[in-house]
Write a protein that binds this ligand. Structure first.
Ligand code: ZN
Length: 105
């Protein structure tokens, strides 16, 4: 992970933390930053998740980012950026379409 420098990263929480499912941050060195998050020194949100035993993981990384990229990404809906959530949304959508067509038949 040492080549992950100047990155924006998206953390997905297994359960919402204070009503929030994602954390988006910027790091000069991702490995160091994640180690800080694991030690509850990275951000209030990840510290809270750790304290409550809520699992989390980095689901996406944008390389060669800067503060401008962080602002741009933060302006977006995190769920739309999260591959984990998108997969789930796709699955739920497929399931609801299947059950509604079964109802029609
Ligand atoms: Zn997510």
């Amino acid at each position: 992970m040492s080549e992950y420098r100047n990155v924006c990263y998206l953390i997905h929480f297994d359960e919402p933390v204070s009503g929030v499912q994602h954390y988006l941050g910027f790091a000069l060195n991702l490995a160091e930053r994640i180690a800080k998050h694991r030690a509850s020194e990275g951000a209030r949100l990840t510290a809270r998740a750790n304290a409550r035993g809520i699992g989390w993981r980095v689901v996406r990384v944008w390389r060669d980012a800067d503060a401008g990229a962080e602002v741009a990404l933060k302006a977006m809906v995190p769920k739309n950026l999260c591959p984990h959530c998108n997969k789930r949304v796709a699955w739920q959508k497929a399931r609801s379409e299947k059950s509604s067509s079964a109802r029609v038949a």
